[in-house]
Design a binder for this molecule. Structure first.
Ligand SMILES: Cc1cc2nc3c(=O)[nH]c(=O)nc-3n(C[C@H](O)[C@H](O)[C@H](O)COP(=O)(O)OP(=O)(O)OC[C@H]3O[C@@H](n4cnc5c(N)ncnc54)[C@H](O)[C@@H]3O)c2cc1C
Length: 456
């Protein structure tokens, strides 16, 4: 059973005399552990109709480039293959997702979609709900606790959201039953404009993409995500709580790009962590990040209309940063210098290069990296824009609720006030000295230097 609280009716109409039940896949790009997919399949089975999956591939997604598209398409290629084995046809078409789904929905009995929290994802769903000729449902599958059930308003920080989430976990931390397909849809005739995902190189050349950022050596898709998670659970999870902040030893799971594209379910990850044989402290520490911190970011982008700008900061942070906007900067860098990792700070340069070259920066360094952009930019608003721009351009997991929350955190979001100092005002400061005392940073810098012969 899919908990009723995960499901919302976006268009309340009687079911139509259609040819199939339709799942518009958008945020949850996977064939398993997907509440929206399983709910749609249940509807199809009850009505004895074939079950069709649709994905609309736009090459206009804000801030997405070749690096992101390659990874996403690798995932979609696998998802299409896996669904085929279950007897389910998945149609991928080029064009605006919201317009594409309306065309395919003309012959649908009803339509189900998954839930995304970013502005564009919500606009797409509203557009479809206003025009679709059949019942339309949205099912929340990218969070453990549905966002509005966890809280009815924007939370101040992890400390206010945590007790609410924890209280609800027993209700929502439940596995998903995979249903058998009663009426396969593979026999349905080809749809006009259906894309062939068998050759990604060819497909990628046909799309009108920003090609300025090249793909990285990390394969997208559920299979690779699960392999990587399994390696993490056996090799790193037992020490996650003690080593996760140390950039010289990568003790992180690397799940964020897969989570971002919906290629792995947070619920699946939580179950794998819970059943691991390792210290409770390690599991708790990981689940705090995966559930409380990640869902705080969802809460933020869902409830804050300006989540991607300086206006997202609490008023005390905006005020204090603007009060110190004219403070003298010992180092002042422009976007181009930062982007090319040309600062005086070898640690910062290494972190920037790691992100550009691998599509990922170590989690602890992300904080240092963002704080230094604030310290070295002409003013805090410009710093905010630069940090978000670079994060979203190069990180495979960029453009995510976590991206907006992570960058905003560097400027005071979800944090408290500290004693006042230049440039930062009351916003928390982070210096290299503290990091140097705790971690052998030279080995991190050397590791990145070994990759850097490819640095543009
Ligand atoms: C300036 C800055 C920018 C950031 N940009 C992004 C981004 O673009 N995309 C992104 O997914 N995360 C971002 N984060 C949050 C965090 O750094 C990453 O989620 C984490 O490093 C991802 O690596 P991992 O999957 O190996 O993490 P792990 O430590 O293995 O954690 C597992 C999962 O928990 C969640 N998680 C971990 N840390 C955080 C956190 N601090 N806040 C929210 N959720 C967390 C993520 O979903 C992550 O995949 C940013 C943080 C900062 C300070």
């Amino acid at each position: 059973m899919i908990p009723q609280e995960r499901i919302r009716c976006l268009k309340d109409l009687p079911p139509q005399e259609g040819k199939y039940v339709l799942y518009w896949m958008q945020a949850s790009q996977r064939a398993e552990w997907n509440h929206a997919l399983e709910y749609a399949l249940l509807c199809a089975n009850e009505r004895r109709k074939p079950f069709l999956v649709f994905f609309g591939l736009t090459d206009r997604f804000p801030e997405a480039n070749l690096r992101h598209y390659r990874f996403m398409l690798e995932g979609l290629q696998e998802t299409q293959r896996t669904l085929k084995k279950r007897g389910i046809k998945m149609v991928v078409r080029h064009g605006s997702p919201e317009k594409g789904v309306l065309e395919v929905a003309q012959d649908a009995v009803l339509c189900v979609t998954d839930r995304g929290y970013l502005r564009i994802q919500r606009q797409w769903r509203t557009y479809v709900a206003e025009r679709i000729p059949c019942p339309f449902f949205e099912v929340e599958s990218e969070v453990i606790v549905p966002v509005e059930r966890a809280s009815s308003h924007e939370e101040y920080g992890a400390y206010t959201l945590r007790p609410k989430i924890k209280r609800l976990l027993p209700l929502f931390l439940k596995s998903i039953e995979e249903k058998k397909v009663h009426r396969p849809s593979l026999f349905l005739p080809p749809f006009p404009g259906e894309l062939d995902l068998s050759s990604l190189d060819e497909l990628l050349t046909q799309l009108d993409l920003d090609r300025s950022v090249s793909p990285v050596n990390l394969r997208g898709g559920t299979e690779r995500a699960k392999e990587q998670l399994a390696e993490f659970v056996t090799e790193k999870l037992p020490l996650y709580h003690t080593k996760r902040n140390d950039p010289s030893e990568n003790y992180l799971s690397g799940m964020s790009p897969y989570l971002h594209f919906g290629q792995i379910s947070p619920l699946y990850i939580a179950f794998e962590i819970q059943r691991a044989e390792c210290p409770d402290l390690a599991k708790e520490s990981y689940l705090e990040e995966l559930i409380v911190r990640r869902e705080l970011a969802m809460n933020f982008v869902f409830y804050h209309p300006h989540y991607d700008s300086f206006l997202a900061l609490p008023s005390w942070a905006q005020e204090t940063l603007l009060t110190h906007a004219q403070d003298r900067r010992t180092y002042l860098y422009h976007l181009e210098e930062l982007e090319k990792a040309k600062t005086h700070d070898s640690l910062w340069n290494a972190a920037q290069k790691e992100m550009v070259l691998t599509g990922k920066m170590h989690g602890y360094l992300r904080m240092y990296w963002g704080k230094k952009i604030l310290e070295w930019s002409k003013d805090p608003e410009e710093a905010f824009r630069i940090a978000l721009y670079l994060n979203n351009k190069y990180s495979l997991d960029g453009r995510d609720p976590n991206s907006f929350a992570g960058v905003a955190w560097c400027f005071g979001k979800h944090d408290r006030a500290f004693p006042e100092r230049p440039i930062f005002g009351k916003v928390r400061y982070m210096g290299k000295e503290g990091l140097q005392r705790k971690f052998p940073l030279s080995s991190y810098i050397e590791r990145v230097a070994r990759l850097s012969h490819d640095f543009p």
